[in-house]
Design a protein around this ligand. Structure first.
Ligand SMILES: [Cu+2]
Length: 358
């Protein structure tokens, strides 16, 4: 008797899963059969792995990839007796099925019901307090990339939260930069890959950087200098939809081809800043390549002068992140592509366009 599950019958290539599965075009596939059904090549789609048919129901997901680009969560702000600013956040871990490409569902573990989780944004020196509640079915943590005490590290033994429990993390926001947070429960790659991660941006405090105060103000949310910039956060991620420890879908901000199907509109005369974070599991490196233009790059975002100048491709290892700055001033209006330069990732969802307008 053969006890193999249907999807163990023969290996399924990643490309076939996406090429066929996505062409299912929004069909409601029954739970547990999603990747199986995806095995069957659909007429006309066997060679069409570079496209999707239909659209993702962002309303059902509860988050929209375009809204995520600029959705800064600056917390609930108050001033402490010592004069320092306190930012309080509430984060809840929730198990939730999300649609990552038309008709392709993924049983995610989420922070606040979205993948990536909220983009937490603070200013250097603020006190950050996060009340983390676990409404999921497994132990979880919030491990921040930043400077903090061992007891606030968000690892097993220091802030791991059992289902139904809660924990409050508190630390000073530092260093300034483009950081991230993620679950650090074991097995680590499974907990991260399921969707428990998000960007954590710490804006520089201009008063602490008098020699580069202009650059610091340009990064500080709420200032006039910063308002000139068109800022976006892109969390590069992947999804292993058939649990073979390879990703079948790649994206920035979870939804395959979201910014190809609906390009990101930018005004040509205003500069662009991208907070880029790589949380792709299973593949050691991801990248971003910008077409027809070059950018300056700040590795980890922890400096006010670029660490790379005039590059058009940047790679990031797992958990690496940085800031891209560029402008399309004096370019002709139109569609300017960006994508992972691992061509396979691009073909499996991680590509999009900036639509430059005048
Ligand atoms: Cu976890």
């Amino acid at each position: 008797m053969d006890f193999r599950l249907p999807w163990q019958g023969r290996p399924v290539s990643r490309r076939r899963v996406l090429g066929a599965g996505l062409a299912a075009g929004g069909a409601a596939l029954s739970p547990g059969l999603r990747s199986v059904r995806a095995e069957t090549p659909h007429k006309g789609s066997a060679h069409g792995g570079n496209r999707t048919v239909g659209s993702v129901d962002h309303g059902r997901n509860g988050f929209d990839p375009h809204a995520l680009l600029t959705d800064w969560d600056t917390g609930s702000v108050s001033i402490l007796p010592d004069g320092r600013r306190l930012r309080e956040y509430r984060i809840t871990a929730i198990d939730k099925e999300i649609e990552i490409a038309p008709g392709l569902f993924f049983p995610a573990w989420t922070y606040n019901g979205r993948v990536p989780g909220p983009t937490l944004r603070a200013t250097e020196g603020d006190i950050v307090r996060i009340e983390f509640r676990n409404a999921g079915t497994h132990s979880h943590t919030m491990h921040f990339h930043g400077i903090h005490a061992a007891s606030m590290d968000g690892v097993p033994g220091a802030g791991q939260v059992e289902p139904g429990d809660s924990f409050t993390y508190e630390f000073e926001a530092r260093p300034f930069g483009c950081h991230l947070y993620h679950c650090h429960s074991m097995p680590l790659k499974r907990h991260i890959h399921k969707g428990l991660y998000g960007a954590f941006i710490v804006d520089p405090d201009p008063a602490r950087h008098p020699e580069l105060a202009d650059a610091a103000r340009g990064r500080l949310l709420g200032t006039q200098d910063n308002a000139q910039w068109q800022e976006f956060v892109m969390v590069m991620n992947g999804f292993d939809t058939n649990f073979d420890e390879e990703n079948e879908v790649y994206a920035a901000n979870s939804i395959a081809f979201a910014y190809r199907d609906k390009p990101i509109r930018i005004a040509g005369e205003r500069p662009v800043r991208v907070y880029l974070v790589n949380v792709t599991e299973f593949d050691p490196v991801n990248s971003l390549h910008l077409h027809a233009n070059f950018f300056d790059y700040y590795d980890h975002g922890t400096t006010l002068t670029p660490t790379h100048r005039t590059v058009d491709t940047i790679m990031q290892c797992q958990a690496q992140r940085g800031i891209l700055e560029f402008t399309f001033a004096e370019f002709e209006p139109g569609l300017y592509m960006f994508h992972a330069h691992q061509s396979e990732f691009a073909e499996l969802g991680w590509m999009g366009f900036f639509e430059v307008t005048t």
